[in-house]
Design a protein around this ligand. Structure first.
Ligand SMILES: [Zn+2]
Length: 273
């Protein structure tokens, strides 16, 4: 496990709330975990990044403790998992993490710039038998394996959107190179529905890949041909941070999103106790 050597600062707009927020990210001791502190609320309430505080919402992750929420932590938590960082105290001046460029790379850079400080061997959970959760056409299952592997199948039943499969072992290097730069995406026809729900207020074509009706990307360019699939893997890495341990096993995900990923995290945790 690890923390950072110095305080890191980060600032930006939340993708859903559109609010500008500042982060002061502090080192923390072994066993602390990643804990958010809402500095915009007088009592400075804390919200731990743990599956115990998950609140199931449409298309995104939220953590809620005693009515105090932290929205969209998943890309930041993916950076933590990917870099092997487990312990941080994150002061945040609003309800939602900055969207940055839609990927985890800016968070990785800020954390790496602060210096990564190793804290010895952390907790690992080893998958010893198949565990699966399904909903409609989506599924995610965990199988025994050495290391942490993820295979994602993106399959939207849309003519212009070919089925994509991407598989890799998550290591610090592979995460930084292959996964962290992959940005979040949305179909143009979904944008209106999201905005009707009051979401996506801070989303632009620069921090979210918007896919037009013909499959082209509006006013932006892909970083990888299969960037969408890689981003779905990034989301899984972020959701699995909530397990509170490193996973040893292989995940096979088919069309799964945050809610299903979190249900599998809960199921894996339940098998431990
Ligand atoms: Zn995402």
């Amino acid at each position: 496990m690890a923390t950072i050597s110095n305080i890191a600062h980060f600032e930006g707009i939340g993708l859903h709330t559109g609010e500008n927020v500042k982060l002061n990210i502090h080192p923390a001791d072994t066993g602390h975990g990643v804990v958010f502190v809402r500095t915009d609320i007088e009592s400075r309430p804390k919200v731990p990044a743990s599956i115990d505080y998950i609140d199931y919402r449409q298309r995104r992750t939220a953590l809620v403790n005693d009515g105090v929420e932290i929205q969209t932590p998943e890309h930041f938590l993916a950076a933590c998992y990917g870099l092997g960082i487990d312990n941080l105290l994150v002061e945040i001046s609003g309800p939602e993490l900055p969207g940055a460029d839609g990927s985890a790379l800016p968070f990785c850079q800020a954390l790496m710039d602060a210096g990564i400080e190793e804290q010895g061997t952390g907790k690992t959970i080893k998958i010893d038998s198949e565990l699966q959760v399904d909903r409609d056409k989506a599924s995610i299952k965990a199988m025994p394996d050495t290391g942490f592997h993820i295979e994602y199948t993106l399959d939207h039943d849309l003519d212009f959107f070919p089925k994509q499969v991407f598989s890799l072992e998550i290591t610090k290097d592979s995460f930084i190179k292959e996964i962290a730069p992959a940005r979040t995406f949305v179909l143009k026809k979904e944008v209106e529905a999201l905005q009707k729900f009051g979401l996506g207020k801070g989303a632009t074509v620069k921090n979210t890949l918007v896919i037009d009706d013909d499959g082209s990307i509006i006013d932006n360019e892909l970083r990888f041909a299969d960037e969408f699939t890689r981003h779905k893997i990034l989301d899984i890495v972020g959701d699995f941070f909530l397990l509170g341990a490193r996973l040893e096993g292989k995940l096979y995900a088919h069309r799964s999103g945050h809610n299903l990923n979190a249900l599998l995290v809960e199921k894996i945790q339940a098998c431990q106790s």
